[in-house]
Every structure is written in C-alpha cells, then in structure tokens.
Design a binder for this molecule. Structure first.
Ligand SMILES: NC(=O)C1=CN([C@@H]2O[C@H](COP(=O)(O)OP(=O)(O)OC[C@H]3O[C@@H](n4cnc5c(N)ncnc54)[C@H](OP(=O)(O)O)[C@@H]3O)[C@@H](O)[C@H]2O)[C@@H](O)CC1
Ligand SMILES: Nc1ncnc2c1ncn2[C@@H]1O[C@H](COP(=O)(O)OP(=O)(O)OP(=O)(O)O)[C@@H](O)[C@H]1O
Ligand SMILES: [Mg+2]
Length: 358
C-alpha cells in the first residue's frame, strides 16, 4: 500500500498543476482535495473539467478539439456505438467515426448524419473459412489508413463476441498501440482484453471502464480471486499495477479511478435510473476528455519533478462527473421515463454550467 501522504502529495500536485480556466488559488485547490478514507480521494472533478476543457478559439481549425473513433457495432447492438460517438460530439469533439459491421452501419447512419460510419468489420457467419486471412488483412488496411488521425479509440461498445471479429479487433489494438494512440476499452472490448491481457499490459495510454460484471471478470482473471467488499482501494490499486499502469475506471454507485498510483472517486449523485447505455456515454466522454488533457503542455515544474498528472486519469474523472451531472438533470425532467438519449441531450448544458463557452 502506498503511504497516504505520498498519494496526497501527488493528488494535490495533480490539482495544483492545472491552470487554465480555474480562478481558484493554490490554497483553495488544496482545500478542495479531501482525503476520503486513507488512500482514496474525492476528486475535485469540476476544477479538473474546467481546466482540461479547451477554450473555444476562432484560430482553431476543425479537428483540433478531437477526432474520436469507436470500434463497435454489430448485428445485435447498434445503440451502444451510437451513444459513445454522439456523446463525444455533444461534449465538443470535432469528428466522431464508427468502425462497425456492414449490418450495423446503415442503422447507425440512420440515427445521425453527424457520425462518419465505416462498414468494415466482419463476423464469422458472413464469411468462409478460407477467406478469413484476406478479410482480416483488408480490415486492418482500412483502419490503418485512418489510425494516425485519431486522438483516441474507444474499443468495445456493441462490438459483440464473435471470435473472428475479436481477432481482427486485437490486430487493430496492436496497431493503435504501436502508433501510441490512446485506447478506451469498454463492453465487449473488456471481454476481449480480459482474455488477452497482453493487449493492454504496460500500456499507459489505455483506459479500462468495467461495469460490475466486467470488473468481476477482470479481478478473477488478473488477481485470481473474487471481488472483495473490503479493501476496495487496495484491490483496484493492485489490479491497475498488475496490468502495468493502465488506468481503470470502476463504474458503480461511486466511480473509482486508478492508474496504480492513486485512487480517485467521483461520487456526486447522478440518477437512480439504471437504463442501459450510460456506460457508452461514459466511454465516448473519457475519449474526449483524456484527449483534451493530453493537449495540455506540462509546466517546467511538472517536467522537472517527473510527476505530471496522468491525462487518462483526468479524462476519467471529468467524464464521470459530467455524465453524473447530465444524468441528474435528465432525471429531474423525465423521472422514471429517463432514457440514455435524454441524458445525452443534457450533456451540452451540463458542461456549459461548469465551464461556460464564453
Ligand atoms: N442499446 C445498446 O445497443 C446497448 C448495448 N450494450 C452492449 O451490450 C454488450 C454487452 O454489454 P452488457 O453491459 O450487457 O454486458 P455485461 O454486463 O458484461 O453482461 C450482462 C450479462 O449478459 C451476458 N452476456 C453479454 N454478452 C453476451 C454474449 N455475447 N453471449 C453470452 N452472454 C453474454 C453476460 O455474461 P458473462 O459475460 O458474465 O458470461 C452477463 O451475464 C456490449 O457490447 C455493450 O456495449 C450496452 O452498452 C447497453 C446498451
Ligand atoms: N448504483 C449506481 N448509482 C449511481 N450511479 C451509478 C450506479 N451504477 C452506475 N452508475 C453510473 O452509471 C454509469 C454507467 O455505469 P454502468 O454500470 O451502468 O455501466 P454499463 O453497465 O457499462 O452501462 P451500459 O449499459 O452502457 O453498458 C457510471 O459511470 C456511473 O456514473
Ligand atoms: Mg457497458
């Protein structure tokens, strides 16, 4: 277990080192960083949100606020990749792509003209055994044409579990990693990664966003034990360390974020509605906010101390806080009838309340 004073120093440094929008003094930011219980902290998420969100500046061109790609969408699931892609745009990304199967592509296009859809993935049922190698190479070639342009990939929303499709997605992930493109892994992407940990092991630009089931599978596989209700912080720290510093956002009543060095919580109340799709909003949002956090240039102080805040952690905290706020606003209006699309509609206004556009 890390000494809590060391974690506190790092957490305070993380908040302190953020400049930009915030008018808070150093002392106020220190005050805002509360020790919750021994080794984990309630993050000052609104300060982080304000700080990493870029100003709307007339000198910026299309693409500079983020180009995000979702790898997901198959016969069964078309909602999940759409939710992730549209959420990225509603928060402020400039371009949002979806790489999915042919069956899913037309459906996703019909939800929104804003999303750029690539119908390139194939499932086993639609191809013959002897075509697999050539199709796999074709899929990889198609994605690699675009890869360097993306600020972040989100792998998994609505991907399904077809073995051939997942093999192709493994190759896409290896390519992204080689190109140092950050990857947010959610849904069926977590099913893939849990069974192939090498895909993310030691990759600091990866974020895993497990829900309760996905977390259980990860703990069983990586730590070789069952999820414990006690020692929640230590368990998450061990998990992140064993995977080699990949950031983990454990979703639940409180969201917990760790890269193996600190554990931050976001526990502001969101909504009591648990409709499917909220995790997809979150994965698209993490992609945008972590890309924005990566754009921040570290100060000389941070560089020399070697403890620059981890942008993937900042992205998770910001995304969690915004989703919770949007969910609470949507619930105020729609109560039991609240759906994921209602929450998506509240993303823009919720961000505006925290971080005004002008
Ligand atoms: N509107 C949409 O399009 C939405 C689509 N969504 C998409 O759905 C996908 C699955 O995500 P989820 O959240 O349902 O998975 P999760 O909680 O791990 O599993 C729940 C239970 O189901 C089971 N199970 C799942 N898949 C299975 C399979 N292929 N074959 C057999 N069993 C399977 C699973 O079993 P287990 O893995 O534990 O064996 C567990 O008991 C993912 O792509 C997500 O993005 C969501 O984002 C919501 C909105
Ligand atoms: N019990 C809870 N109380 C309050 N908020 C919660 C609770 N569980 C989850 N959330 C919020 O909902 C978000 C989505 O988490 P959830 O566990 O529903 O993901 P998921 O199962 O992957 O969703 P999806 O249906 O998109 O796959 C979390 O980030 C968290 O903020
Ligand atoms: Mg999910």
């Amino acid at each position: 277990m890390l000494a809590s004073s060391a974690i506190l120093r790092r957490q305070q440094f993380l908040i302190r080192s953020l400049g930009g929008y915030s008018n808070q003094t150093h002392a106020e930011r220190m005050q805002a960083t509360k020790v919750v219980a021994g080794t984990h902290f309630e993050a000052d998420a609104e300060t982080i949100l304000r700080t990493i969100t870029p100003k709307l500046d007339s000198s910026r061109h299309k693409g500079q606020a983020g180009k995000i790609a979702i790898i997901g969408g198959c016969r069964e699931y078309t909602g999940a990749p759409y939710f992730a892609a549209i959420s990225a745009l509603k928060i402020g990304a400039d371009l949002s792509h979806v790489f999915c199967t042919k069956d899913a592509a037309t459906v996703i296009k019909s939800y929104s003209p804003e999303i750029i859809v690539h119908p390139i993935l194939e499932e086993s049922y639609s191809i013959k055994e002897d075509e697999k190698r050539s199709i796999s190479a074709k899929v990889l070639a198609e994605v690699s044409k675009w890869m360097e342009r993306f600020d972040c990939l989100v792998v998994g929303p609505g991907l399904g579990r077809d073995p051939f499709l997942l093999d192709c997605v493994s190759e896409i992930m290896k390519l992204a990693r080689k190109s140092q493109i950050p990857i947010v892994i959610d849904g069926d992407g977590l099913f893939l990664v849990t069974n192939n940990l090498d895909l993310v092991s030691g990759y600091r630009l990866a974020v895993l966003t497990p829900n309760v089931n996905e977390y259980k599978r990860l703990v069983q596989k990586v730590l070789n034990c069952e999820v414990s209700d006690e020692g929640v912080t230590e368990e998450l720290l061990s998990l992140a360390r064993r995977i080699g510093g990949t950031t983990i956002l454990r979703k639940g009543k409180s969201d917990l974020v760790s890269d193996g060095e600190t554990v931050n919580t976001v526990s502001t109340f969101g909504s009591p509605r648990r409709c499917g799709g909220q995790g997809d909003i979150l994965s698209g949002s993490v992609a945008v906010f972590s890309s924005w956090a990566r754009q921040q240039t570290p100060s000389a102080e941070e560089e020399s101390s070697g403890s620059t805040p981890n942008p993937m952690v900042l992205g998770c905290i910001a995304a969690s806080a915004l989703l919770r706020k949007a969910a609470s606003v949507a619930f105020e209006n729609k109560k039991r009838g609240t759906l994921t699309t209602d929450i998506i509609e509240c993303l823009g206004k919720s961000l505006e309340d925290i971080c005004p556009a002008n």
